[in-house]
Design a protein around this ligand. Structure first.
Ligand code: ZN
Length: 335
């Protein structure tokens, strides 16, 4: 049993309470490799932001969860070396699918886990979430549950259709399970293809696809039922068109990739939404930089030469999200 506090990680309790009060959201960035982790930590330290490092099922399969856990321990020391005396870094399991997965992450030092029972019948979702909370809270690990279904594909998580969260269920779910935060479905979606062209309208100025707006009425109804309770948004990449264009210019073939406009996320961050998950945007930033470098320097074969611009590009993206979208800069509890 590894005590996450001994390796310098924190859970989400205090940072979420402060974020809900302060009208901003904490970034939850997925990581799978060293360059991504370096970019996240550099961005968090430079902006003095708390940060959630997320590990998905796909990341655990790709990189190995033990290795990722030690990278997070390294991230704490790396942040201190970069000049942050009291880093606030959460190591979070994204979309835990069973009690056993959540338990294994808690046992190896994760400070926060998500149990995603949203595809189960309501009573089964309550039962498995309750079981994870009972185990996690013995070790002061915080737990995120989910109600409602997001469309889209992200690693192993996929659903063809979204179902908005039913506001009438949230009080019962939170009181029966004891979860610390709740992911809801209000029209965000996993992956880089969040909406089909038929669901979008065309911007007459740019000719680009505009996605349907988020269901802020559902969010407001949830906030009314659970005042001040931490709410989480998944699938909240914005799919920057510059990166899509760069990828396509240098040999890529991304068609009609559409994300959530940043002004909608900015509005959500000011509400009880206190954690916003961003994964696809960093994949796009990394891929765009690698494609561009390799196309411009075809003789290059040192991975450091194309991963360095990729890391810089991801860092720029993370800083932009923290400062211009979520507002979590300068929000550390201790200076
Ligand atoms: Zn998700």
């Amino acid at each position: 049993m590894v005590d996450y506090k001994k390796i310098g990680l924190v859970n989400t309790r205090k940072m979420f309470a402060k974020a809900v009060d302060g009208g901003y959201a904490i970034p939850a960035f997925n990581f799978n490799n060293m360059e991504q982790m370096q970019a996240i930590i550099q961005a968090a330290v430079e902006t003095k932001s708390p940060v959630i490092l997320q590990v998905s099922k796909g990341a655990r399969e790709y990189a190995n969860q033990t290795l990722l856990r030690y990278m997070a321990e390294g991230a704490v020391e790396y942040a201190k070396e970069l000049g942050c005396a009291h880093p606030e870094i959460v190591l979070h399991l994204d979309h835990g699918d069973t009690f056993e997965t959540c338990k294994s992450c808690i046992d190896m030092g994760f400070s926060s886990v998500m149990i995603d029972g949203s595809s189960l019948p309501y009573d089964e979702n309550v039962a498995v979430t309750r079981k994870v909370v009972e185990y996690a809270h013995q070790y002061d690990v915080t737990v995120e549950g989910e109600l409602g279904v997001l469309a889209g594909v992200e690693d192993e998580v996929s659903a063809a259709e979204s179902h908005y969260t039913k506001p009438e269920e949230v009080i019962d779910f939170v009181s029966k399970t004891g979860v610390d935060s709740l992911a809801i479905s209000i029209g965000t979606s996993h992956g880089a293809y969040k909406f089909t062209p038929e669901q979008c309208t065309v911007d007459p100025k740019t000719g680009r696809l505009l996605p349907p707006p988020l269901a802020f009425d559902v969010l407001e109804a949830v906030e009314e039922k659970l005042p001040g309770f931490p709410i989480v948004l998944h699938g909240s990449s914005s799919v920057p068109q510059e990166d899509v264009d760069t990828i396509n210019k240098y040999g890529g073939a991304l068609k009609a990739a559409v994300g959530i406009p940043e002004e909608q996320l900015r509005k959500a961050a000011k509400s009880a939404v206190c954690k916003i998950n961003i994964d696809s945007d960093s994949r796009l930033a990394m891929t765009a930089a690698i494609r561009k470098t390799l196309a411009e320097k075809p003789a290059e074969f040192d991975p450091r030469k194309y991963l360095k611009p990729a890391r810089e590009s991801m860092k720029k993206l993370y800083i932009h999200k923290i400062v211009n979208v979520l507002g979590s800069n300068d929000k550390l509890l201790e200076k």
